[in-house]
Design a binder for this molecule. Sequence first.
Ligand code: MLT
Ligand code: MN
Ligand code: ZN
Length: 273
Amino acid sequence: MKVILLGTAAGGGCPQWNCACRLCTAGLPPRTQDCVAISAGDGWYLLNCSPDIRAQILATPELRAGPGPREIPLRGVLLTDAELDHTLGLLMLRESGGLPVWAPPAVLTALSPVSSVVDSYGGWTWSSVVDLPGLRVEVLPVSDKRPKYASASDGPWVVAYRITDPATGGVLVYAPCLRSWPAGFDEFVADASLVLLDGTFYAPDEMAGVGGPDQLAMGHLPITAGLPRVAGRRWAFTHVNNTNPVLDPASPEHAAVLAAGAALPPDGARFTL
Ligand code: MLT
Ligand code: MN
Ligand code: ZN
């Protein structure tokens, strides 16, 4: 299975247009919003669909159109949640001719304004039963954090995916939004070749600097809470917020993540599992 990290930042990206914090003004390499592409050989599937999807596709030769004039290699989209940084790209893909989209039932219901818009362009299907030809997908509900815009209903609102390529035995776990270390997560990541983990915030008081809510209220376990558990596996943090000091390669926090054996891959990072 091939894995490409199309975007590695949390909502807003880095720099974020309305933010003048230290990291947004530091001239760091820009990061677009969290989105992953995977392939077991026949076409590509997106894990989440960021508002930056157009630029992400154009920056990725494997995802560009061709060889026919309107042929595209995308075969479907798998959503972990209904947050706008993970779903607004569906509107950008309206010209695709339609794609299958898989997500938990509450997420599909919340996205009905989006699905009704893109359905007008034809060919879209929406299902909570994941079916990726050539790949085995397991789903773990990880939190009930509901997006601000969505009306109350039963979750799960956020899931993680464990995707296995039966041909190679490679296993990807994608868990960009964790409110806690969920029940069953240790078993879910067992023997994974790569775990993409929620790296939104480094420490529990980080949003105080920009006047935001606290991290757990935002549904994100700080890296400091997860880091002691990552030893000995192949872990990479993604969905990194622009307030997170790990973005600066010269920071002690960045060094601490690497010292724990985890990675902070940039946009465009590729893995073969
Ligand atoms: C999140 O990951 O917490 C959300 O994307 C936040 C947001 O965009 O409102
Ligand atoms: Mn987000
Ligand atoms: Zn900022």
